[in-house]
Structures are given as C-alpha cells and as structure tokens.
Design a protein around this ligand. Structure first.
Ligand SMILES: [Zn+2]
Length: 83
C-alpha cells in the first residue's frame, strides 16, 4: 500500500496525512492482486487489508454489517407513506 499525493505524486511514508505539503489530497494505492478478503462477519476484519494501517489484528473494533431486510410487499410501505 502506498500513500501518494494526487497533485505532485509525492509518496507519504509515515503516519496519516490527508493532505500533502503542496496542498494536494493523499490517495491510497493498493496492490489489489495481493489483497485477501477474510471470511468474517466483522467488516473491519473482512476488509482489514484495505485499511491504511500496518498492524491490525488486535486493534480492530467489533462491528457487524447492517442487516438486510427483505420487503415482500409494498403494503406496509404504503401504510407509512405520508400523503
Ligand atoms: Zn503534493
């Protein structure tokens, strides 16, 4: 993973810097061919290799995905509609 300025292409090698000294925004470039998505219900663990941190396994927060709710009918949606 590399942190590069989108304006001057300067690489930031340490710390979190949303902006470069030149004022350009810092973008994160990932070697996507090397990223492995972990099988976990915690999105921080699943996408851990895409987070801009070096060591993560013992510091990620506990979280879950927002559950999906299947709507089988529009009747209940219409009952709550403001007209
Ligand atoms: Zn820059």
């Amino acid at each position: 993973m590399k942190h590069l300025c989108i304006s001057c292409k300067n690489e930031i090698t340490t710390g979190f810097h949303p902006f470069c000294d030149c004022g350009g925004m810092i973008d994160v470039k990932y070697p996507l061919e090397k990223v492995h998505l972990h099988d976990s219900p915690n999105p921080f663990i699943r996408f851990a290799e895409l987070l801009p941190i070096e060591s993560f396994h013992d510091r990620l927060p506990v979280a879950r995905y927002t559950p999906l709710v299947v709507q089988k009918s529009l009747k209940s949606v219409d009952a709550h509609r403001i007209s």
